[in-house]
Design a protein around this ligand. Structure first.
Ligand code: PMP
Length: 354
């Protein structure tokens, strides 16, 4: 059995849109795509009159190398948000199929599923934040097509180890695709689930340049999956998803110098994360700082609403995560620069009621 047997029959059968750039490459006089032959009259406008390469080879290769995978297993998307959406649309029939999520977790899995008309099955994490593989597997129904596992998990920051992911991939083979969201992987140092794709065609891994690579504004996500899954999603991804200035920004960030700077920046965030975890835990009104493998800390407060307001009044915006199950007293605080973190601590130390 191939992973494609789990995909929507109609998507597999349909003729995908064939763009002008796909049908013919090369040439010097380009009159096949109804573009303007003149570049726009703006600074840096050279080349922007042309549609971009749908999957620029240089970027695909750079990402394949970065994620220790192969170019045939890489699809570059507009943020990993788009990869989530493409997976849901390719694998879930509206009104029939389902995705499985483990709350509290990233909200877009359920949102994309609902937009597609797919059901959302919930298998909550343990109160400790750990993922219980037996419990998750027991929740899988015959209609379940995608099982989302976020590691490190947003918003709790905890990891799912590779042995558990391997077990899930094994048990789900022929039944569902295991989608491992590694948006925060760089902050954890954990082994990527992309290594499982050699053995399991039902594993798909999500990565992004939005977090550890400081490029949230460029919207560069990567799906790493078996080439059949990549081929399937290429049938439904819009023809020119990646704006050329964003591709250029990503290539610059992944250059030798860009990587050197990124390593430095990453160390800084990891240092600040440890410092913040210790300092926050010492503050009155803080119940618990959840151990985090990501670039944020989920923090339990005696008075989360008051704390949120106090920070907000000082111009500091954190994320209220009290609506998530098991996190009714928690705020999520992204690790910022040293200065930004000092401001958070100063406001919380002042302890003035809102
Ligand atoms: N996955 C997780 C777990 C996230 O937290 C986020 C962003 N908050 C995303 C995916 C989406 O990231 P992007 O679309 O910027 O790549």
């Amino acid at each position: 059995m191939s992973v494609l047997d789990l995909a929507r029959e109609d998507i597999r059968a349909m003729a995908p849109y064939s763009s002008a750039r796909m049908e013919a490459s090369g040439g010097t006089v380009l009159l096949n795509a109804n573009e303007s032959s003149r570049p726009p009259n703006i600074p840096g406008g050279d080349g922007l009159n042309r549609y971009p390469d749908p999957q620029p080879r240089a970027l695909v290769n750079a990402l394949a190398e970065l994620y220790d995978s192969d170019a045939s297993r890489v699809l570059v998307t507009r943020g990993s948000d788009e990869a989530i959406d493409l997976l849901v649309r390719a694998f879930c029939r509206a009104g029939r199929d389902a995705v499985l999520i483990s709350p509290p977790t990233f909200g877009m899995y359920a949102v994309s599923a609902r937009i597609q008309g797919a059901a959302v099955i919930e298998s909550p994490l343990e109160p400790s934040g750990a993922l219980d593989a037996d419990r998750l597997l027991a929740a899988v129904t015959p209609d379940t097509r995608l099982v989302f596992v976020c590691t490190p998990n947003n918003p709790t920051g905890n990891l799912v180890d590779i042995a558990t992911l391997r077990r899930l991939a094994t048990e789900l083979a022929g039944r569902a695709v295991l989608v491992v969201d590694e948006a925060y992987a760089e902050f954890s140092g954990a082994r990527s689930a992309a290594t499982l794709i050699d053995e399991f065609d039902n594993v798909a891994v999500l990565r992004t340049l939005s977090k550890a690579w400081s490029l949230a504004g460029a919207r560069i996500g990567t799906l790493i999956a078996h080439q059949d899954v990549i081929g399937l999603l290429r049938r439904i991804i819009p023809p020119y998803p990646l704006p050329s200035p964003c591709v250029d920004a990503a290539l610059a960030a992944l250059s030798y110098e860009g990587r050197r700077l990124q390593r430095h920046h990453l160390q800084e965030i990891l240092g600040e994360r440890s410092r913040m975890a210790v300092e926050l835990a010492r503050l009155p009104g803080v119940r618990e700082v959840l151990p985090s493998h990501a670039n944020f800390l989920a923090v339990r407060f005696d008075d989360p609403a008051g704390t949120y307001r106090r920070l907000y009044a000082a111009g500091i915006v954190v994320r209220d995560i009290t609506r998530y199950p098991g996190l009714g007293d928690a705020l999520r605080i992204t690790v910022g620069t040293g200065n930004e973190n000092d401001r958070v601590l100063a406001v919380l130390r002042a302890g003035v009621p809102a």
